[in-house]
Design a protein around this ligand. Structure first.
Ligand code: ZN
Length: 186
């Protein structure tokens, strides 16, 4: 009886080890084989700072802050009203949109149509901006403001990045924290 008991315990331990090994392998596989990892896609893009005159070290990571209506899922970059806002990447300007929370906003896709960049609370758009236009990284697209639900005395750019789905709808995507990619800029 004692022999059987010991053997069962050994077998059970071996089984648990096997499960743990399988789980580890599964996690490694998932990490290595995830071309859809939005953070990795963003990290591979050569970005530009979206707000003129802002140094990377001055950025604050406000991605996980609470906001009215849920998580922030963006970063806020304070700057005086009228400060130029630049495209962070090459790609197509897909939508000029006015919303209650975002005010005057711009949605831009990256060149592969995998990521969407969202700029909100703009005071105004740059001249001659139109949907479908091809932007180059660093192009002037608008000016910092407080349109939408931004406090009038606290102008800032609300900047978000989304991993687009297969349908590539500009209004749908999974939020990615842009802070690490912008913080690296010189
Ligand atoms: Zn914000």
């Amino acid at each position: 009886m004692a022999g059987i008991g010991t053997r069962s315990i050994v077998a059970c331990a071996r089984c648990l080890l096997g499960v743990a090994w399988c789980l580890g392998l599964g996690a490694a596989w998932a990490q290595g084989a995830m071309p859809d990892d939005g953070a990795a896609l963003l990290a591979a893009r050569p970005l530009a700072m979206p707000v003129a005159g802002v140094q990377a070290h001055a950025l604050q990571d406000t991605f996980n802050d609470g906001r009215a209506g849920g998580a922030h899922e963006a970063i806020d970059i304070p700057a005086p009203r009228g400060t130029p806002v630049h495209a962070v990447d090459d790609g197509t300007l897909v939508k000029l949109f006015t919303s209650v929370p975002g005010g005057l906003t711009i949605y831009q896709f990256d060149p592969m149509g995998q990521l969407a960049y969202y700029y909100a609370h703009l005071d105004r758009y740059a001249d001659q901006l139109y949907e479908g236009m091809v932007l180059r990284r660093g192009d002037l697209i608008g000016y910092v403001g407080t349109t939408g639900n931004a406090p009038v005395n606290a102008p800032h750019l609300h900047f978000a990045v989304f991993r687009l789905g297969a349908d590539r709808h500009w209004w749908k995507g999974t939020a990615i924290n842009p802070y690490p990619a912008l913080r690296r800029l010189r």
